[in-house]
Ligand binder design. Structure first.
Ligand SMILES: NC(=O)c1ccc[n+]([C@@H]2O[C@H](COP(=O)([O-])OP(=O)(O)OC[C@H]3O[C@@H](n4cnc5c(N)ncnc54)[C@H](OP(=O)(O)O)[C@@H]3O)[C@@H](O)[C@H]2O)c1
Length: 313
């Protein structure tokens, strides 16, 4: 079975095709024939070795990837599901070792797999599960009330593109950052206010909300630089484990999507919202899986809008 992985941690060029055995199928699990796998920033951690805590090169490959779409191949024993073999599905993967999304055939917990939105390509479906769940989790942790204000950095990114419409749906006012070229894009997600991105983004947000915003989702990973945007006792959702610097009375919520990887109810909600046109599934490009290294180089260069997706057809 074909997969894409690394067996040394020397950057995107280390990604190559490998032949792996299929995974065994157990109770509570389903097997998916992967047709598309999204390329996410977090996949670079597997490729550059940050996930390999020992730092010692592995003899076997690591397979990155957290988002898949494809067809349901098989339902495990004693597995409750209304999914049927052949259904177009999407799923979220918590990668470990050779178990990552960049493989043709994957076994996942049934709670991590739902039907794909109807009338979308596998590539489009693959852009939704992981970042959609992360956006839901960030907003769930912030627990803002309708009418409150949330700020979103990195708003033009995949996460921002889901946080903003979900926040609007929850009745929040959204202030988001954007480079000049992305202002219309970020407005199209539903942002009420768009401010220029950059190191002074907190000041630009305070210009609009002098008392500070109630919550912040820091998709740009700007850390302490953006904290000034948030009012005292406000909430900050961080996406790379940061728990704050302790300098102010803010509530920090490190968001880890693995916590909700089996929330099939949330995945179903994401599917419905995509079908209703509330969430836009943005594909930057579809790249043959064997060219994963090029996709990673493009991601590292920045400026990609929408997700790069590996094609495992
Ligand atoms: N913890 C979790 O479970 C979890 C889950 C999902 C995502 N994440 C993390 O969340 C972050 C966002 O993910 P994503 O998929 O949305 O990434 P993305 O699609 O690459 O979007 C990131 C956006 O931030 C922009 N940006 C970069 N530096 C910036 C700055 N200094 N100021 C303002 N904007 C800036 C980027 O613009 P350019 O392209 O122009 O640089 C891009 O538009 C990533 O770090 C990812 O690893 C964490």
């Amino acid at each position: 079975m074909r997969a894409i992985g690394v067996s040394e941690y020397s950057g995107p060029q280390a990604l190559h095709e490998i032949d792996l055995p299929t995974e065994p199928l157990g109770p509570g699990q389903v097997r998916v024939r992967v047709r598309a796998a999204a390329v996410n920033p977090t996949d670079t951690y597997v490729v550059n070795g940050a996930r390999n805590r020992s730092g010692v090169p592995r003899e076997v490959a690591d397979v990155p990837g957290m988002d898949i779409a494809g067809e349901l191949l098989e339902v495990g024993p004693e597995t409750q599901t209304d999914l049927a073999v052949g259904d177009a599905v999407m799923g979220v993967v918590v990668p470990t070792g050779q178990h990552g999304a960049y493989r043709e055939d994957i076994v996942l917990p049934v709670g991590s797999v739902v039907r794909a939105p109807r009338d979308v390509s596998h590539a489009e479906a693959a852009t939704l599960p992981m970042n959609g769940l992360t956006a839901q989790l960030a907003l769930d942790k912030l627990a803002l009330a309708p009418g409150e204000v949330v700020a979103v950095t990195g708003a033009a990114g995949a996460l921002g593109g889901y946080v903003i419409p979900l926040a609007k749906r929850a009745g929040l006012t959204v202030v988001a950052d954007a480079a000049e070229k992305d202002v219309e894009l970020v407005r199209s997600f539903g942002a009420d206010h768009v401010v220029p991105r950059g190191d002074d983004v907190a000041d630009r947000i305070r210009d609009l909300f002098p008392d500070g915003v109630d919550g912040l989702v820091d998709g740009a990973v700007q850390g302490e630089k953006v904290l000034g945007a948030v009012k005292d006792d406000g909430g900050v959702a961080t996406v790379r484990f940061w728990k704050g610097d302790g300098s102010r009375q803010l509530r920090f919520y490190p968001v880890l999507v693995a916590e909700v990887a089996e929330r099939s109810d949330w995945l179903e909600e994401l599917r419905e919202l995509a079908e209703a046109g509330v969430l836009e599934l943005r594909v930057a490009d579809v790249v043959p899986a064997k060219d994963a290294s090029q996709a990673h180089e493009r991601l590292a260069a920045g400026g990609v809008r929408g997700r790069l997706v590996l094609d495992f057809a």
